[in-house]
Design a protein around this ligand. Sequence first.
Ligand SMILES: O=C(O)CCC(=O)C(=O)O
Ligand SMILES: [Fe+2]
Length: 324
Amino acid sequence: MGRIPTIDVAPLFDASHRDYEQTVLRVMNACTDIGFLSITGTGIPDNAVRNMRACVQAIFNVEEDTKWDQAITRENYRGFIPLGFFTPNDGSGKADKYEGYKLHHEVASDAPIRNDCTLYGPNVWPPQVPNARGVILDYWSQLDRVADALLRTLETGLGLPAHQLRDAFRDPMTNMTLLHYPPQAADEGGYGIHPHKDTDALTIIAPDPVGGLEVQTRDGGWVRPDCPPGGFVVNIGDMLELWSGGRLKSTPHRVVNRSGQERYSFPYFAVPRHDVVVAPLIDPLPGFDRPAVHCGHWSAEIWRTNWPDEAAHDATPELGTLSD
Ligand SMILES: O=C(O)CCC(=O)C(=O)O
Ligand SMILES: [Fe+2]
């Protein structure tokens, strides 16, 4: 344990590929070991990522006032999260050194699913960057395709019925955070993002070449993914850990931007439909005992407890915490 492998996932898009089974095994080994992997061979064109990065830079390259005017609200977790808007939930009171822009799976304002769960809806697209909607939704659909292939891989690897995981992602609560991390001085404490586990099922990130993502090994050290240009970093979140009864690992990670340059990131967080209840689909590992998570309730609690004056209570799902 301790190494983040790079895996060519091209065979995973074709179950009859002669390297399909071997590639499934390699992905499973990474996900049951460190819980992180770098992937190549996704078929995502380089210019989709390049356009996305330019778009994210343009979104943050506006007056500070604009960001506060278009900030997220308690009712709608979409739009800017200006620098220092939230303090981390670890009680330290130290704000993470990033600014963000929150997006969710795009749903039309008259879509029937909004009657079942009010968290669904259209995104707030930044009016200052007119091509943002097109560029981001194009990139998003590419990642939907990659996430689907990875979920099929995990179905195979865990011995689950075909589609058992993938079916949970029809009308998903998948979301994305656009992130801008200003450079941190060498003697400046704190984090871009403090150590945490992802609470979703699966995260996919196009790493910024300036670096800064660090992943905890089981012996407590920190390693950096060595992701080749054009590749993506994938990690298992708490929901897949729970579904797999503890076999797939949700691993703490953090961001420290000591590159001296601006860092931009846009993680895609795959989250199931609102009415999906995540619970082990196979016998849990000995000692793995966690309550089931209702995705709609979980999402609503994430929205609510991000506000520093909102406390978690007994019904708040136990996800993303570092104490096991
Ligand atoms: O910016 C990154 O590379 C990682 C961000 C992250 O871990 C998160 O948003 O959960
Ligand atoms: Fe994360």
